[in-house]
Design a protein around this ligand. Structure first.
Ligand SMILES: Cc1cc2nc3c(=O)[nH]c(=O)nc-3n(C[C@H](O)[C@H](O)[C@H](O)COP(=O)(O)OP(=O)(O)OC[C@H]3O[C@@H](n4cnc5c(N)ncnc54)[C@H](O)[C@@H]3O)c2cc1C
Length: 507
């Protein structure tokens, strides 16, 4: 056997990639190489301790992607993407929502045949992560009071276990993928790779190794060119398939650098076109949210799983199949963006963050250079939808947040509204504040979207195969045709489980 040849080459040992590599190597006769840009997470307390998540943002384990100028939004947003085994599941807050049935059915209607709610249910049952409601000892008193006040103010039901049954509205503590006894992550790497990575000779994980170009022979993907930690350039070959799992930013980026993408864009940069595929990088989705911050009368109790343990879902439009406004409740004053607008961070405080479950604005990722080391441009086009649905959702959110804040028992904790501040009341002013103070909850998706065979802008078909090529699939958040109303990580893990099935079935 040539030195670097495997049955499957998985590019990216992140959230979906960990699932796929683990599942494929259950068969001892199948060999898999994982190409992972980051180091291992094994024995790294800074990574494995959930509550230390903010310490990872912007650090050495973050690719840290800037966004382009956002005329109607916040141009200073940086998109954290994890550079470590387990990918963003090793960086994130591990809020764990099974996508709602209406989310999957929307995919099916968008051309993702076979991805409806009924068949997808089986993949949830397979997940190996420890998914549990926030533990009693981690339930902070102020978060409990937020839950009670939101229920009383808005008349939404208390939910204990959001994954137990589909919901359209509700307030409660989240389910998390964690181990409450020691606050350790149950990330994709912890759940899928740690138990097997030293046991399986058929699984080879290349760490700190960067994939920079796919090897194509005509229309067939035969492997990937990588640069190892020591700077050595090698070609890792796939006998059967290359599976691209580099995430919603780096999967389209690698396709584009391999000459797979919109012809005019590639020509303009002098990248030889291998396969004209106009949808690569289009349909950039996210869950933007804004923030309203209160100063509290004193310190907040210390106990918590990760400082944002409870949330609220509202359905404003009864015709909507799912929730159309969401809130995270932060037990800290989250003023990173408001401070840029001149607000001061109070010593003690809490925040509510109105979030758009089904945003209508659509962005685009594109290259600005043929040099693979130059970061791609991320233009989310936040708040640019024609009817200003996205902007209005945040305004509604701030008004509802104030209603909750006026209601006991939460009201008793709050000294004053810091931002936007009680003097900001008009629709226009609230919208301007909400959009300029907006941040991301790091859910980019959709840039290699799945669609029907005849859909010109689809990048992959419902088998996750790149349209018009052989031996190449994409399986990660980039294949999402639309964004789920809930946080996406479990959806990505389920994409990983289904991808392993599809690949196994093909073999
Ligand atoms: C700070 C933060 C908080 C979040 N909180 C939540 C949450 O609480 N709940 C939730 O549901 N979702 C959350 N998300 C989103 C969720 O984590 C992601 O949607 C999901 O993990 C994405 O998985 P993925 O497989 O698409 O990509 P990733 O998990 O990012 O995996 C991509 C992997 O590919 C590697 N890679 C990339 N390019 C290359 C290359 N060229 N060569 C080699 N390796 C490469 C990366 O190092 C990475 O390991 C959060 C995300 C972040 C960043």
């Amino acid at each position: 056997m040539p030195p670097h040849e495997y049955d499957y080459v998985v590019i990216g040992g992140g959230t979906a990639g960990s699932v796929i590599a683990s599942r494929l190597t259950e068969n001892p006769d199948v060999t898999v190489a994982v190409i992972e840009g980051g180091p291992t997470d094994v024995d790294r307390d800074d990574v494995l301790t959930l509550r230390r998540w903010t310490g990872l943002l912007g650090g050495e384990l973050d690719y840290d992607y800037p966004t382009t100028e956002q005329p109607r939004g916040n141009s200073h947003i940086r998109h954290s993407r994890a550079r470590v085994l387990g990918g963003c599941s090793s960086h994130n807050t591990l809020i764990a929502f099974k996508p709602l049935p209406s989310d999957w059915d929307e995919w099916e209607a968008a051309g993702a045949k076979g991805w409806g709610a009924v068949p997808m249910e089986a993949y949830y049952a397979r997940l190996l992560n420890n998914i549990v409601p926030v533990d009693e000892k981690d339930r902070n008193a102020v978060a409990r009071d937020f839950v009670d006040s939101a229920g009383a103010a808005l008349g939404v039901p208390h939910v204990d276990g959001f994954n137990r049954k589909p919901f359209t509205e509700g307030v409660g503590f989240f389910d998390l993928a964690y181990h409450p006894e020691n606050n350790k992550r149950s990330s994709a790497s912890v759940a899928y790779l740690h138990p097997v990575m030293d046991e399986r000779p058929n699984l080879r994980i290349f760490l700190e190794t960067w994939a920079y170009r796919l090897e194509l022979n005509g229309t067939r993907a035969e492997g990937v060119h990588v640069r190892t930690k020591d700077g050595e350039e090698i070609l890792v070959r796939a006998r059967h398939e290359v599976v691209l799992c580099a995430g919603a930013v780096d999967s389209p980026r690698l396709l584009l650098h391999s000459g797979i993408g919109p012809r005019a864009d590639l020509d303009a940069l002098g990248i030889p076109v291998a396969h004209d595929l106009p949808g690569v990088g289009e349909n950039l989705l996210d869950h933007p949210e804004s923030v309203i911050v209160w100063e509290t009368h004193g310190p907040i109790p210390e106990n918590s799983a990760m400082d944002s343990d409870a949330g609220l879902f509202v359905r404003r439009d009864p015709a909507s199949p799912g929730p159309d406004l969401m809130f995270h409740f932060y037990q800290v004053p989250f003023t990173d963006n408001p401070e840029r607008l001149g607000y001061e961070r109070p010593e003690f405080g809490v925040s509510m963050t109105p979030n758009i479950p089904k945003p209508r604005s659509r962005g685009r990722l594109y290259l600005t250079s043929a040099d693979p080391s130059v970061k791609p441009a991320l233009d989310f086009r936040y708040f640019t939808d024609e009817d200003d649905y996205d902007g209005r959702t945040l305004v509604d959110g701030i008004r509802l947040a104030r209603q909750i804040a006026r209601t006991e028992p939460l009201a008793g904790w709050l000294k004053r509204e810091v931002c936007p501040g009680p003097q900001v009341t008009g629709d226009e002013e609230l919208s301007a504040y909400a959009r300029k103070a907006a941040h991301t909850v790091y859910h980019p998706a959709g840039t290699c979207r799945m669609g029907a065979d005849e859909d010109e802008l689809a990048v992959v078909d419902p088998q996750l195969k790149v349209r018009g090529l052989d031996g190449l699939r994409v399986a990660d958040a980039s294949v999402f045709p639309t964004i789920p109303a809930v946080n996406p990580m479990l959806g990505v893990l389920m994409v990983g489980e289904r991808a392993a099935d599809l690949i196994g079935g093909a073999a």
